[in-house]
Design a protein around this ligand. Structure first.
Ligand code: CP
Length: 305
């Protein structure tokens, strides 16, 4: 059991919760042989994505299938929300159909929290606006633990538009719980102010590379940019973009949550670097989401007899 019966904010996770999730994810990764586990047998999960997603949605769906769960996918474009149904009523409608777990992505900060107040099921935040993306933070931390073991003292620099990135928020919260030294690098307009962020900030990616064990690049999110907050694309690439030339033969891990804007945050060639962890992050996303679903489903396990 986790300390809370839902997963809405990365700060919901205690150190014990992190240990439970990482241990389960490791077990699933080491023991998955193509046959499903039974952790979600007789448990129903709904996927309600109100924003586009490839990795999170597919990996949650695959995770539920690999745990023998029953699943439904809500499709906004063909739903009664287009006829005026409210978000709360959508969730309540699915609850009446005996859905137990709701995996929700929404562009508005705080939507999962608001929905949790209106259901007796469990909401799992699959990304809300610029606020949080807990399972992304978990899978990133798990990927680093696999590579480095104990993360105490590891130096991770998050590069990009920090203030409008839910991936950055999730990672800052979770990595700090694991005693990682988190640094930031990005355009001044998209960094937290000194009042909010007391840690180190780099103005150029080359400085960050010099001082870090891991560089975590963020997608440049044009859809969340206020007018005037966007540096020019050429400036962004010059100061914050990663190419093979930047890293040369340096022993530094490279992460990106995806989807990547190739030629902006990083060059395609980086994928060939043995320290590039992007595909491992995607692979681990399935196992972390299996661990989260399995743990939260314990409350709903019904006897099949
Ligand atoms: N990292 C991530 O959330 O990717 P998707 O938007 O494809 O789910």
């Amino acid at each position: 059991m986790l300390s809370k019966p839902y997963l809405i904010d990365s700060n919901d996770l205690s150190s014990d919760d992190l240990e439970i999730i990482f241990k389960k994810a490791k077990y699933f990764k080491e023991n998955f042989d193509g046959s499903p586990f039974n952790d979600l047998k007789n448990v129903t999960t709904a996927f309600a994505f109100f924003e586009p997603s490839t990795r999170t949605k597919l990996s949650f769906e695959l995770a539920a299938k690999r745990l023998s769960g029953t699943t439904i996918s809500y499709d906004f474009q063909s739903s009664s929300q287009l006829k005026g149904e409210t978000l709360v009523d959508t969730i309540r409608t699915m609850e009446a159909m005996q859905v137990d777990l709701f995996v929700v992505r929404h562009s508005t900060n705080g939507t999962p929290e608001m929905l949790q107040k209106n259901t007796s099921g469990s909401i799992i935040n699959a990304g809300d606006g610029t606020k949080d993306h807990p399972t992304q933070g978990l899978l990133d931390a798990f990927t680093l633990i696999e590579k480095y073991g104990d993360l105490s003292g590891l130096k991770v620099t998050i590069v990009g538009g920090i203030t409008n990135s839910r991936v950055a928020q999730a990672n800052i919260k979770i990595l700090r719980k694991l005693n990682v030294e988190v640094f930031l690098c990005g355009p001044k307009q998209l960094l937290p102010t000194d009042k909010i962020w007391e840690g180190k900030i780099f103005n150029y990616i080359d400085d960050a590379i010099e001082k870090s064990d891991v560089i975590m690049l963020l997608r440049l999110q044009k859809e969340r940019m206020d007018e005037g907050k966007m540096p020019s694309m050429s400036e962004y690439i010059k100061f914050f973009g990663l190419s093979s030339d930047n890293i040369d033969n340096k022993n530094i891990s490279i992460m990106h949550p995806g989807p990547v804007n190739y030629g902006v945050e990083l060059d395609w060639e980086i994928n060939k670097n043995p320290n590039c962890l992007i595909q491992t992050q995607v692979q681990n996303g399935v196992f972390i989401r299996m661990a989260v679903l399995s743990t939260l489903a314990e409350k709903y396990k019904k006897s099949s007899g």
